[in-house]
Ligand binder design. Structure first.
Ligand code: FEO
Length: 395
C-alpha cells in the first residue's frame, strides 16, 4: 500500500474501511468510510496530520514506508476521537522523536484515552504557525466541530485546509479525488445531518475564523479530497444558514391502518398544493435517511397511533432524533389516532424541547379517520402550504 500524492510533498496515507456499516452504533454507513491521514513534507520538517483507527495501523505504516521517511518531526492531532487519534501511540513507537501538536483540551483527552506521557505533547494556540522550512502550517482553533477540543490546520503556501471531520463524507474509495457530485452531495448531506447539524450555531461562529482564506484543496479526515472547494463550502453554508425548503418530512408508523390512511391523505393534500413530502416509515427505521431529510425540511410531522397512552416507540425515536439533531424546520405538528384517550401530543412535545418550531394544530382521530378528520388534515395542508409560500423549491 502506497502513499497517494495530492501535490508535490503532500500525500494521503489513510485507510479505507470498506465493510464498516455503522458508526458509534448510530450512524449508518451505506458506503463504508475512510480514515484519512496526510503527510506534509517541507524542506526542513515533516508532519503527519491525524492518524487512523488503531486496528488499521499496519496500512498507515505501509503507506508511510512507501515515502521512505527517515524521521517524523510532528504528529498533528486535530481531533481526539479514536478514528483519528487511535494510531498515534503506534506512530510514536516508530518515530519516537515526533511531538504531538494539539489544543490543550485535546492533550487532556489524548492523555486520558491513549495514556500518552506529558513529554510527547506540544500545545498550540489558535493562530499559531509552524515552519516546515519552505512551508508553513497554521493552526486554527475550531471548537465543537464536533467535539470541544477540535482545531483545523491550514497549509499557507499551498492553500490546503485539513479540517479533520469538518467537510467529511463517509465513503470508502480508492479515488482520493472522487468527483461524482451527485453521490458526494447525498453522502455529504447525510454526514452533515448526523455529525455537524447539532452544532450549526457554533459552526457559524467558527466559519468567521476562516473568512478571507483561500482554499485550493480541502483534505478532510473522511472520504475524498475536495478540489472544488467552493462547492462543498457552499453546500455547508446552505445547510447551515440557508432557508428551509418547501418540504414536509413525515416520520410515521401504524398499528391498525388508521394512521397510515391519515398519512396518505395528508401527503395527497400537500402534493396537490405543491409541497414536497418525504415519508419515513419508522418501522423500517432508516435513521440516516430521516436525518438527511430533516436538514432542509420546512415542516416536520410526527404521525403515530396512540400506544399505551403515548407515541408509538418508533416514532418517539424519530422525535428524539430530531431533538438531538436540531434541524432548522420552523414548523412541526402531530397527526395520528387513539382508541380511548392518552397524551400523545404532549409526550411528543416533551421529547423535542430543542426544536424552535411553531407547532401547527395537531389532528387526532378516534379509531378510523372520518370526514371531519380528513377536513382537518386538509386544513393542516393548507396552513403548511401558506407557511411555506416563501420557501425555496425542494431539491
Ligand atoms: Fe471522525 Fe469525530 O471522528
Amino acid at each position: 500500500m502506497k502513499a497517494r500524492e495530492l501535490l508535490q510533498g503532500v500525500h494521503w496515507v489513510g485507510v479505507n474501511d470498506w465493510d464498516r456499516q455503522i458508526f458509534d452504533a448510530l450512524v449508518p454507513l451505506p458506503e463504508g468510510t475512510s480514515y484519512n491521514a496526510y503527510v506534509v513534507q517541507g524542506s526542513e520538517k515533516t508532519v503527519l496530520i491525524d492518524s487512523v483507527e488503531p486496528q488499521f495501523y499496519d496500512q498507515l505504516d505501509e503507506r508511510l514506508s512507501s515515502l521512505g521517511l527517515e524521521r517524523l518531526d510532528y504528529i498533528i492531532a486535530n481531533h481526539a476521537e479514536q478514528d483519528h487519534s487511535g494510531s498515534i501511540p503506534d506512530v510514536l513507537e516508530r518515530f519516537p522523536e515526533a511531538k504531538v501538536l494539539c489544543t490543550s483540551m485535546c492533550k487532556k483527552f489524548l492523555k486520558g484515552h491513549l495514556d500518552l506521557p506529558e513529554e510527547v505533547f506540544q500545545v498550540v494556540k489558535g493562530g499559531e504557525t509552524l515552519s516546515l522550512g519552505d512551508r508553513t502550517l497554521e493552526f486554527i482553533h475550531f471548537p465543537w466541530v464536533h467535539w470541544p477540543e477540535t482545531m483545523i490546520t491550514y497549509l499557507q503556501e499551498d492553500k490546503v485546509l485539513f479540517p479533520c471531520d469538518f467537510y467529511g463524507v463517509h465513503l470508502a474509495t480508492n479515488d482520493v479525488f472522487f468527483s461524482d457530485k451527485h453521490k458526494l452531495r447525498d453522502l455529504a448531506k447525510l454526514y452533515y445531518a448526523e455529525i455537524m447539524m447539532p452544532f450549526t450555531n457554533i459552526i457559524t461562529k467558527n466559519l468567521k475564523r476562516i473568512e478571507g482564506y483561500e482554499f485550493k484543496m480541502i483534505c478532510p479526515s473522511h472520504g475524498p479530497v475536495h478540489t472544488d472547494t467552493t462547492w462543498i463550502m457552499d453546500l455547508y453554508r446552505d445547510w447551515i444558514t440557508g432557508p428551509p425548503r418547501n418540504k414536509v418530512v413525515i416520520a410515521w408508523a401504524t398499528m391498525h391502518e388508521s394512521t397510515r390512511i391519515m398519512v396518505e391523505h395528508l401527503t395527497e393534500a400537500l402534493t396537490d398544493l405543491g409541497v414536497r413530502v418525504e415519508l419515513h416509515n419508522m418501522e423500517a427505521g432508516d435513521t440516516g435517511k430521516l436525518a438527511s431529510s430533516l436538514v432542509d425540511a420546512g415542516t416536520i410531522i410526527l404521525a403515530s397511533p396512540t400506544t399505551l397512552t403515548g407515541p408509538h416507540p418508533t416514532v418517539a425515536y424519530a422525535a428524539y432524533l430530531a431533538n438531538v439533531l436540531r434541524p432548522k424546520a420552523p414548523f412541526a405538528s402531530v397527526i395520528g389516532s387513539f382508541g380511548w384517550g392518552g397524551t400523545m401530543v404532549e409526550q411528543f412535545l416533551g421529547l423535542m424541547p430543542n426544536l424552535k418550531a411553531e407547532i401547527l394544530e395537531p389532528v387526532l382521530a378516534q379509531g378510523m379517520p372520518r370526514e371531519e378528520d380528513f377536513a382537518k388534515l386538509n386544513q393542516l395542508a393548507t396552513t403548511i402550504a401558506e407557511k411555506h409560500k416563501d420557501f425555496a423549491k425542494a431539491d
